[in-house]
Design a protein. Structure first.
Length: 258
């Protein structure tokens, strides 16, 4: 492993990488992607195709800097679903090289966030300030206390902000667990009246049942949250993808800048 990996493990930290994807596909946009990802790019319209490809390429380049292998050598897969053990829709993982590095990627519009840790489960969610029926969505996904918190906001931007604080926290938890939104989200109470970090309890057949959840500061009009296993209390360190985008070692591997 690399010095970046040792630094991450030694501090029990989580690194949050953030980037912005282009709106058009580059000629080599899919060179590092798996066959399944390449097929996804072919099916998506622009600009969604370019954004998907760029975020997944960035994922491999960032991970390669911790793993000490070329980006094209990183093999990604999935863990079995904690509910049904199906191998196709559990948490993402690194199949090669062998490692205890964990990660989670979230995308919204051109923005993406990537959380990287060692030895813990992690989830991250990112949402842009899109137009939606806040009250209708809240009645579908929120607990009674969360709904009351959202509806008590004075309307407009404040109510939208309250909704996305709840939504991103919930999504970060279920992504860390690996069950996604098949969970009854109203059962994942994320205490939006508290600025955080907050402890959120949610039990599935496997994995931790308590999570430390916090809001992440990102761009204006974008909301994000991070969920880590309770007990993983190292620092949250932000990185910008541009720091490594054009930097390489003599072996052609991505370099992480402290």
């Amino acid at each position: 492993m690399t010095a970046a990996y040792e630094q991450l493990r030694g501090r029990d930290a989580v690194h949050i990488w953030r980037g912005r994807a282009p709106d058009t596909l580059a000629p080599d946009a899919t060179d590092l992607l798996s066959d399944e990802e390449t097929e996804m790019v072919r099916r998506l319209p622009e600009p969604a195709a370019a954004r998907y490809a760029a975020a997944h390429v960035a994922l491999r380049r960032v991970l390669s800097g911790y793993l000490g292998v070329a980006p094209g050598e990183v093999v990604l897969g999935r863990r079995p679903c904690p509910r049904c053990a199906h191998p196709r829709h559990g948490r993402p993982r690194i199949d090669w090289p062998p490692t205890d590095l964990d990660f989670n990627l979230s995308r919204s519009g051109p923005h993406w966030l990537l959380a990287v840790v060692v030895g813990h489960q992690v989830g991250v969610d990112l949402e842009d300030d899109r137009s939606l029926d806040v009250e209708g969505a809240s009645r579908f996904a929120m607990s009674a206390s969360e709904l009351a918190h959202i509806l008590s906001a004075p309307g407009g931007a404040a109510r939208t902000h309250a909704f996305f604080r709840c939504w991103t926290r919930k999504e970060a938890v279920v992504k860390a667990i690996g069950v996604g939104i098949i969970t009854d989200l109203s059962e994942v109470d994320v205490q939006p009246a508290k600025d955080g970090p907050v402890l959120v309890a949610h039990t599935e057949p496997t994995g931790p049942d308590t999570w430390v959840v916090e809001d992440l500061p990102v761009a204006d009009g974008v909301f994000a949250a991070l969920a880590r296993e309770a007990g993983a209390t190292g620092p949250v360190v932000f990185r910008r993808y541009q720091e490594i985008e054009h930097q390489e070692t003599t072996e052609g591997r991505g370099v992480l800048v402290p």
